[in-house]
Design a protein around this ligand. Structure first.
Ligand SMILES: Nc1ncnc2c1ncn2[C@@H]1O[C@H](COP(=O)(O)OP(=O)(O)OP(=O)(O)O)[C@@H](O)[C@H]1O
Ligand SMILES: [Mg+2]
Length: 269
């Protein structure tokens, strides 16, 4: 078992952000955490990373039960985290290579002298993710897609048991998005790959290796289970409260809205 949330609720500033979340992730499973804007996805990730503490319920991540001891650093070294919110945190002088190396320490910036082994590993990861040509460039000067690739390399630096990707294709064009998804699919097929949680509000990004999905709505679990059952016409039409159609192509879903007859045309009363 990699993650277990039991009856998790979270209140912030007097508002229920999450309510009674139950979620179990087993080793070898890759999950999609799907939800609309504001549904509570990032709040769940902040709980998993021990940045937030639940108002109610029990959390166990990688065998560590929250609340027993201070887990922050110990836990974060085993979790690779990729989120565009991390991008602003790096120092203006950091180059891509240094950003990747800092992943070995789960730190922002480098405070220790990395070993030769770490340097070699960082170079390999930069190669695997196609970032070599900008390894020495200042991180802040990279394009959005380049930054996200560097962040994935950074997240893999500490051989995490759990890799969390929070909307990793944010701001990427179609080609860059597909390249990023190819890289993620490659990671899932690598021996000893981490368990991955892929957070998104775009159905089209769900890769075949993500066989489990949790649908989050208004801070509650709407449904969870096999991706094929969650990402279906009936389930998603209920979820969106809008008739939608899902078409599967090459193991990936495509979503469209079903036009209803009483749609008012522009210019008509
Ligand atoms: N620290 C906080 N204090 C008050 N409200 C918060 C706090 N953190 C999150 N929220 C609120 O909780 C809700 C869930 O936020 P969250 O960031 O988890 O959504 P999300 O599913 O990640 O959305 P998005 O797809 O837009 O990233 C939002 O209404 C947000 O404004
Ligand atoms: Mg979010």
């Amino acid at each position: 078992m990699v993650v277990q949330l039991e009856g998790i609720s979270l209140i912030r500033e007097g508002k229920w952000i999450l309510q009674d979340i139950n979620w179990q992730i087993n080793k070898g499973e890759n999950w999609v955490l799907f939800g609309l804007n504001g549904s509570g996805k990032t709040a769940i990730l902040n709980l998993l990373n021990a940045y937030y503490f639940p108002t109610k319920g029990k959390i166990t991540v990688l065998g560590l039960e929250f609340g027993r001891t201070y887990l922050g650093e110990k836990l974060r070294k085993q979790i690779g985290f990729v989120s565009s919110s991390l991008q602003e945190k790096f120092y203006p002088s950091d180059n891509s290579f240094e950003v990747v190396l800092s992943g070995a320490y789960a730190s922002i910036g480098l405070y220790d002298t990395p070993t030769d082994e770490m340097r070699q590993k960082a170079i390999h990861l930069l190669e695997d993710l196609g970032c070599v040509s900008y390894a020495n460039r200042n991180y802040h000067t990279l394009s959005q897609g380049e930054k996200q690739r560097v962040l994935i390399a950074r997240a893999l630096m500490a051989d995490p048991s759990l890799l969390i990707l929070d909307e990793p294709t944010n701001g990427l064009d179609f080609i860059a998005r597909e390249q990023m998804l190819d890289s993620i699919e490659t990671i899932t097929n690598t021996e000893g790959a981490p368990t991955i949680i892929y957070v998104t509000h775009h159905v089209e990004e769900i890769l075949p290796s993500f066989t489990k999905t949790l649908l989050l709505k208004n801070g509650q679990v709407f449904a969870e289970g096999n991706t094929k059952e969650m990402i279906s016409n009936d389930q998603l039409s209920d979820y969106f409260n809008l008739p939608v159609r899902v078409i599967w192509e090459n193991g990936r879903p495509l979503l469209s809205k079903i036009q209803t007859k009483n749609t008012v045309k522009i210019g008509q009363k």
